[in-house]
Design a protein around this ligand. Structure first.
Ligand SMILES: [Fe+2]
Ligand SMILES: [Fe+2]
Length: 527
């Protein structure tokens, strides 16, 4: 079997982990990861160890879905205790770095009076030395600005934190990624390697091109037991869909949530890749339906449901360029996605509004993204406009219609879209749910609740359509597909505000003869 030509089985999934918590920008980008570790993950592990049964009960309570509860049975509490001890011992540098950030911010808050900031440098905690600049904005408010590329070279960034778990998609919902660390399990192949490890690229390329167990064993540096486990994940038959490429014209396919695959015979683009590996479900497109080569991956923003390393890692080696929105550079709440992905071995291009990215036979233009980030100064967010095979497609992600006149500028610059994909998560989670660990002063609950991660409601989506003048509108990125539960943790029914707002928007479209739909699971447009 060692030299037989084999493919990676369809149902293999990967969970990329940082100190056994799921990898996403707040656990991976070093400044934010240190804050998240110190102020969210360590307290969460402590809380679990105080009363594991409370966490397990809360994890199984539908009303508390998406809350910060660890879904690990009490019988395994010792393993959680070991994890916490290992973090305290091995990540002491990072925990100190997080405390230093808060202390530095406090010094700045207390002592920046509009006068010269240079006397404050010697007062900053030593951990921040060489990694921050102090700067006023033109309103005389002082901030720490992180020199992020340098932080990646410091002790605050350690690839030793990273590992991956390979397993099979079982169809059973996995625990919520923001709250539950992944322990070891006999059905899971543990690889203690960083995400940029070239062996991962070799492994996932075996979805489209066969290779040998011998080659993968060497590439991934496996021992005998690991190689035996990997051999069960390989098959002598490919499972690729025969219609994954097209011969003529253009095609858009909805793969669930915010993931669209746009294709011509010459090129393919994938937006916010988050793709099911469950090829037996039959009600969705899966990794088997992806074209062999993807020219551009477009990432709209840094929320955990849009930059999904679980899928991205499977595509590395098959992607020409990952296009990401440029961050504000050094702002605590706005990690650079470009730096983060470059450090994981991806070819990355950072774009700003109206930057153009050509691909064979077409062009993508980065377009503005408004709101949906709790009024935090986060610039790493972009919508996109793709022109291919004679059609114009607007990819709106979670961008809000809070100031719809913005969309007039998009139309003025680029014309009228044939298809517009719009998100309508109009009652998102409050500020503290996602950003709590990054806030250096406590925020009252009322304030947090007033600043939600909300996209457009019906009125705002209608206003976007009025300004954009698009011919067809499709609501997507609602996280309704059941295979996304470990990331989305949504609970909608027909009475939920969001669903009612979508229905109201669809009625608005019908009244104006605008073709529209609420996407779920899969859909295809062909021309
Ligand atoms: Fe979002
Ligand atoms: Fe989203």
């Amino acid at each position: 079997m060692a030299d037989e030509q084999l493919f990676l089985r369809s149902k293999v999934i990967v969970e990329p982990l940082v100190d056994r918590f799921f990898a996403w920008p707040h656990t991976l980008a070093p400044v934010q990861a240190a804050m998240n570790l110190a102020f969210l993950q360590v307290p969460l592990l402590e809380s679990y160890l105080q009363s594991p049964q409370v966490h397990v009960a809360a994890s199984n309570n539908p009303e508390l879905r998406g809350g910060y509860f660890i879904n690990i049975p009490e019988s395994r509490a010792d393993e959680v205790r070991d994890l916490l001890a290992a973090i305290r011992r091995d990540r002491a540098d990072m925990l100190r770095f997080a405390d230093a950030i808060v202390a530095g911010q406090e010094i700045l808050r207390a002592s920046s009076t509009g006068f010269d900031l240079s006397p404050l440098y010697p007062k900053l905690p030593a951990e921040l030395g060489g990694l921050v600049e102090l700067a006023y904005d033109t309103d005389n408010q002082a901030q720490l600005r992180f020199m992020e590329p340098i932080v990646y070279k410091s002790d605050a960034y350690s690839e030793a934190r990273q590992s991956v778990q390979l397993s099979f998609e079982t169809g059973v919902e996995r625990p919520f990624i923001l709250s539950t660390p992944r322990l070891t399990s006999p059905d899971v192949l543990e690889l203690d390697i960083p995400f940029r490890h070239p062996g991962l690229e070799e492994l996932f390329k075996a979805r489209v091109r066969p290779t040998t167990l011998r080659h993968l064993r060497e590439a991934l540096e496996l021992n005998d037991a690991q190689a035996a486990q990997l051999s069960g994940m390989l098959s002598d038959r490919p499972s690729l869909a025969p219609d994954r490429h097209i011969e003529a014209g253009g095609r858009v396919r909805y793969f669930g949530h915010a993931c669209l695959v746009l294709q011509t015979p010459e090129a393919a683009i994938v937006t916010d890749p988050f793709i099911s590996a469950d090829s037996t479900a039959g009600d969705r497109y899966t990794l088997d339906d992806l074209p062999d080569y993807i020219d551009l991956v477009l990432i709209t923003h840094g929320h955990q449901d849009h930059i999904v390393l679980e899928t991205l890692l499977q595509l590395r080696g098959r992607v020409g360029t990952v296009v990401v929105p440029r961050s504000s550079r050094g702002n605590l709440c706005d990690p650079s996605m470009g730096l983060m992905l470059r450090h994981q071995g991806f070819p990355v291009l950072e774009v700003d509004d109206f930057d153009e990215v050509p691909f064979p036979g077409g062009k993508v233009t980065a377009t503005p993204f408004l709101g949906e980030h709790c009024d935090l100064d986060i610039r790493a967010k972009s919508t996109y406009w793709a022109e291919l095979a004679g059609r114009k497609v607007f990819i709106g992600a979670d961008s809000s219609g809070i100031d719809p006149s913005l969309y007039r500028y998009i139309k003025g610059h680029l014309g009228t879209a044939d298809l517009a994909f719009l998100g309508m998560e109009c009652d998102g989670a409050p500020l503290s749910w996602l950003y709590q660990a990054l806030l250096t002063i406590p925020i009252p609950k009322k304030m947090s609740d007033s600043r939600k991660l909300s996209g457009s409601n019906a009125e705002q989506a209608a206003a976007i359509m009025t300004e954009l003048g698009a011919k067809e509108a499709y609501i997507y990125a609602m996280g309704e597909e059941d295979w996304l539960g470990h990331v989305m943790a949504t609970t909608y029914n027909e009475d939920t505000y969001q669903i009612k707002q979508i229905d109201e928007f669809l009625t608005w479209c019908a009244d104006r003869d605008i073709k529209a739909g609420h996407l779920f699971k899969q859909q295809e447009w062909r021309w």
